[in-house]
Write a protein of this length. Structure first.
Length: 158
């Protein structure tokens, strides 16, 4: 009886050990598809979905890549959900905040985009990142100021 229980536990541990590996392989396949010259977004999305079904806590990178795919497919809300999950899993990665800022800017949520660029600046890992995030934040602020001025002019003409 003890031998039978040991065999059951052995096979159960094999199955659990294989799932993360399978999830990692699906993730790698998704990245490969995204980087290929003939990017197949539908197949990449399926690969990332499968990786996350097998292991929802695989890594923030899976969510970041799936966010990119969803953005390219025009699913901005899905992309935002995924990048939010990536940030939840890795709160100290400035590049994730910059990605979310870019998404929010594209969705015309300038105040939140500026906020995320500010966080990205605080977490920037390189001088180059600092330069880029400052430029993006400042252009977002300029865009917001322009919209506010345009709205004021529009209200005055009424």
């Amino acid at each position: 009886m003890t031998f039978l229980i040991a065999i059951i536990f052995f096979f159960a541990s094999l199955t659990q050990a294989q799932e993360p590996r399978s999830a990692e392989l699906w993730y790698q396949e998704g990245v490969r598809l995204c980087r290929s010259t003939s990017t197949n977004l539908d197949e990449a999305l399926k690969a990332f979905d499968t990786a996350l079904i097998l292991n929802p806590r695989l890594s923030a990178d899976v969510y970041k890549w799936r966010s990119w795919v969803r953005q390219k497919k025009g699913d901005m809300h899905g992309a935002l959900d995924d990048i939010n999950q990536a940030i939840t899993m890795n709160t100290r990665n400035g590049r994730l905040y910059a990605v979310r800022a870019d998404l929010r800017r594209q969705m015309h949520d300038l105040a939140e985009a500026i906020y995320d660029y500010a966080i990205a600046l605080q977490l920037a890992e390189t001088d180059e990142d600092v330069k880029v995030y400052k430029i993006l934040r400042d252009s977002c602020i300029t865009e917001q100021d322009s919209l506010v001025a345009s709205t004021k002019r529009s209200n005055k003409s009424r």
